[in-house]
Design a protein around this ligand. Structure first.
Ligand code: GLY
Length: 568
């Protein structure tokens, strides 16, 4: 508990940076994040949050702000923001209408099921993770334009001009970014055979201008969505990818479309959760876990107590086992969503759990459904003054994606192909195992864990949240909701609180280092849980907005990154 209090105090310090976003309609308290009366953006970078907010101050809505924020992240957060990636958006309009947009990358037409297997039938992870062959057909521009065309209100020129100005003026490198550039420089140089913009030495405080990206965005403003999928940008991109050994063609780009989807909607006690449907596993897995834990008195166990960790771990273990078997692109495979999320099925799944002993993953298979036989990302949440709320998670997959950088266009390309199951039973970069449902096929979307999520309480918008972190996204979103709902934390405390994670295989519970009581970890070990506290990594990086009882908004900007809330 002492460690937790220390962490919360530390977090209050981190949240101090939100003070500079204060205005007449915002306030900061020691325990809460930024509070705003009208509208808010929380994203991985201050500049992106501010640009989204400015668009809303000019009268734009959350969908205008989405395009601006997403493109501003492409400028300031090349680690995961890029025109070369893909994502998902879940929305809830002021009138209560909900929906979801899928702009996940797709496998190119020339992709084949065994394209990453070597002569001995082993997965060549260098091919699926690095360079042009790892790249899926990007969806970010299609997604931004699709959301804007259906719901946006300001002209694209107005929305994107501040982003273009930012790319020209440049952004200031943070201390965390300096570390990140240093960590990936060698790989960037190796993959690109060139000193690309982000492989040069950038120190904290330096300014990076991306004039190539500014030019690409100017052409997109002039010619619209088609500039990226069939215009000059498309042609330059395809030539670059093919020269770099890739298989994406102009036809792949021309065929790409973002898809509107029905979100996964379910109840947890008196909350209504709206989350992303396949090809993300996020919504279904979150529904499974929350339904499995619903009967347990979590408040009585206490936050991050042994029993609390056990119940969540066992539910996560079972949900991730099902993920490996049943989930994939719904345009290609039939997904038994109804059965997987039914209360009867899920309560049966927990029948063989007891508090005395961990269920070994080796003894747990995916559940049986009659008639049926699977880090780096960024999330932002936006609420506008009209009452619309969105949760958006986008990704390049790995840090800086495939590391392949289109210098002339100013962005990194994803390595999303690694999210397919290259070979059944062989883990991807997040250790996730997949099966036939997530096998590679031309035009198919790879399974994701991204979990952009909205929560309603008493029929009103209550929370918008999501996270990067590959397989750990789902469990980060889960714990953040529970932190507020079950343990009365503020939004800022909830995103900052220490997290743990289990995903069936490997059979270990990951804990954020030095954040959990040794006695609790020892107790779990004695019951057969395999504890991994040494991986020295953060679990998720949640950005969230909570609607408070008086109607104002509280931002939760995760202290684990440079994340910032901006509001008015
Ligand atoms: N690339 C991470 C995910 O989509 O889950």
């Amino acid at each position: 508990m002492k460690k937790f209090i220390l962490l919360i105090l530390l977090c209050s310090c981190f949240s101090c940076k939100t003070e500079i976003r204060q205005s007449a309609s915002t306030t900061v308290s020691p325990t809460r994040g930024l509070i705003a009366e009208n509208a808010m953006v929380v994203s991985a970078r201050e500049e992106a949050s501010m640009i989204g907010l400015e668009i809303m101050k000019e009268g734009g809505n959350a969908f205008d702000a989405m395009m601006a924020t997403e493109m501003a992240l492409a400028v300031t957060f090349p680690f995961a923001g890029s025109l070369g990636g893909g994502g998902f958006m879940v929305y809830r309009k002021a009138d209560g209408e909900t929906g979801a947009l899928d702009y996940r990358e797709k496998a190119p037409l020339a992709a084949t099921k065994n394209m990453y297997l070597d002569g001995s039938g082993n997965v060549d992870t260098k091919k699926s993770r690095f360079g042009a062959l790892a790249v899926g057909v990007p969806g970010n521009i299609a997604g931004s334009f699709e959301a804007h065309a259906r719901f946006g209100s300001l002209p694209v020129e107005q929305v994107l001009q501040p982003v273009i100005d930012l790319a020209k003026k440049g952004f200031v490198v943070s201390a965390k970014q300096e570390q990140s550039f240093n960590a990936y420089r060698r790989q960037m140089l190796e993959i690109n055979n060139d000193t690309i913009l982000f492989a040069r030495v950038h120190r904290a405080g330096d300014t990076i201008r991306n004039l190539a990206l500014a030019k690409t965005l100017e052409r997109i403003v002039k010619n619209g969505r088609s500039e990226f999928y069939s215009g000059e940008t498309a042609q330059k991109l395809v030539s670059f990818l093919q020269e770099s050994g890739g298989i994406i063609t102009l036809e792949d780009l021309e065929m790409y479309k973002a898809q509107w989807r029905e979100p996964v909607t379910f109840s947890y006690k008196d909350l209504k959760i709206i989350s992303m449907s396949p090809p993300s596993s996020g919504g279904i897995a979150l529904a499974q876990i929350m339904k499995m834990i619903e009967p347990y008195p979590l408040q009585d166990y206490g936050h991050n107590s042994s029993k609390y960790i056990q119940v969540l771990t066992e539910a996560e273990r079972r949900a991730y086992a099902d993920r490996s078997q049943y989930l994939g692109d719904p345009d290609f495979v039939e997904i038994p969503t109804f059965q997987l999320t039914s209360v009867e099925y899920l309560h049966n799944r927990m029948d063989n759990f007891n508090f005395e002993k961990a269920t070994p993953s080796s003894e747990l298979n995916p559940g049986s459904i009659p008639g049926f036989e699977s880090n780096e990302t960024t999330h932002y949440s936006i609420v506008d003054s009209y009452g619309n709320a969105i949760a958006v998670t986008t990704t390049l997959n790995g840090a800086y994606g495939s590391k392949l950088y289109a210098e002339e266009l100013g962005f990194f390309l994803n390595n999303e192909m690694d999210d397919f199951s290259a070979k059944p039973g062989v883990p991807n970069m997040f250790g996730l195992i997949g099966g036939e449902a997530n096998a590679i096929a031309p035009q198919k979307r790879m399974l994701s864990s991204m979990t952009p999520t909205l929560v309603e309480r008493d029929d009103h918008f209550w929370m918008s949240l999501g996270s990067p972190g590959g397989s750990t996204i789902i469990t980060s979103v889960l714990q953040t909701i529970l932190n507020v709902y079950e343990f009365d934390m503020t939004m800022q405390q909830a995103v900052d609180a220490p997290r743990f994670h289990h995903q069936w295989l490997p059979d270990e519970v990951l804990f954020e280092p030095a954040a959990f009581e040794t006695s609790i970890l020892n107790n779990l070990k004695s019951k057969g849980y395999h504890i991994n506290e040494g991986q020295s990594r953060i679990l998720g990086k949640v950005d969230a907005i909570l609607r408070l009882e008086n109607g104002s908004l509280e931002g939760g900007a995760d202290h684990r990154g440079d994340d910032t809330a901006a509001g008015f």
